[in-house]
Design a protein around this ligand. Sequence first.
Ligand SMILES: NC(=O)c1ccc[n+]([C@@H]2O[C@H](COP(=O)([O-])OP(=O)(O)OC[C@H]3O[C@@H](n4cnc5c(N)ncnc54)[C@H](O)[C@@H]3O)[C@@H](O)[C@H]2O)c1
Length: 387
Amino acid sequence: MTTRTLRIAMNGITGRMGYRQHLLRSILPIRDQGGFTLEDGTKVQVEPILIGRNEAKIKELAALHGVEHWTTDLDGAISDPTVDIVFDASMTSLRAETLRKAMKAGKHIFTEKPTAETLDEAVELASIAQEAGITAGVVHDKLYLPGLVKLRRLVDEGFFGRILSIRGEFGYWVFEGETQAAQRPSWNYRKEDGGGMTTDMFCHWNYVLEGIIGTVKSVNATTVTHIPTRWDEQGSEYAATADDAAYGIFELETPGGDQVVGQINSSWAVRVYRDELVEFQVDGTHGSAVAGLNKCVAQQRAHTPKPVWNPDLPVTESFRDQWLEVPANGDLDNGFKAQWEEFLRDVVAGREHRFGLLSAARGVQLAELGLQSSAERRTLDVPTISL
Ligand SMILES: NC(=O)c1ccc[n+]([C@@H]2O[C@H](COP(=O)([O-])OP(=O)(O)OC[C@H]3O[C@@H](n4cnc5c(N)ncnc54)[C@H](O)[C@@H]3O)[C@@H](O)[C@H]2O)c1
């Protein structure tokens, strides 16, 4: 049996996403399970190389997790001929430059979203990937969540009949940082550092809407900075210049040509009265479903109650009890790990990954148009982009 070892240079590994989701939940478990086996019997193993600016910190992380290789020299890792893949989970504003260099050096890339801060840059990255002939993967983690995998299965099984609408609620209270430390990094609330709800989340919503329903044809958004002053990691007060909430309406088209209305509220200034931090409800002529990160419940047409509006009477039915849970019917691994494995298989096979830089560019496009729509207070069409 042959073993192929993929050397993965991992940048931004001290950050929240890089460390928890990509190193701890994905690459180390793949390494520790002994890699994975391809259909032809080839064994694929991974070898991470940790990259960070702070030598002491990166060295300590490497020792803690039994990782042999680490460096503070990002450019050196990118040009290292033994490196197969460059991964980036660093600050959004630094990403495009790292990806550009890596692809030009002939490396496959796997990256956090958003891939760039502007559509032009995101499209340029997609062109570079095409010219370089490398495999590029962009995190589309929400589509690998058990809740959304079940929701997509209901779409594939024709459960909904004609789909009418999708509504999403995302968010939770992010503390200002004054008396209680904020639970998200402060750069997220500074526009000049690449922060902002619309930039952060519309790129997710684009692939979620595409992946569950169909193409996004237009956007109308209201973006707001509800909390204008926050306190950073050092306890210093700063002006929160980025939007912390985005209320979007999207016109969608299914592959069959049906028109669907999408609405997604995203806010870091909202308190949760939901089962999960994100939830999507899809309504169709034959059934409806509500999916969160893990759970998905559904209600068929035949089991749909017939409420009658009467404000003079107390509610007599328990509406939540009228839904049935959709079973997983299989093992649904951590979403980040599942996508990593799929991407690594694509790298070895020398084929495209299904969620690449063009899909990511459409996400950046939706974020840009969302911000523009809010600034101009009008609905904007989403033009098709191609290379
Ligand atoms: N897929 C998702 O659900 C998801 C969720 C959150 C964030 N993200 C994305 O992941 C990326 C990282 O977000 P995070 O929340 O982990 O942020 P973070 O602030 O926790 O981590 C940022 C990383 O970048 C490094 N960094 C910061 N400033 C730097 C500089 N000036 N030079 C070099 N390196 C620097 C940090 O050391 C750290 O490793 C962002 O692009 C964000 O959009 C994705």
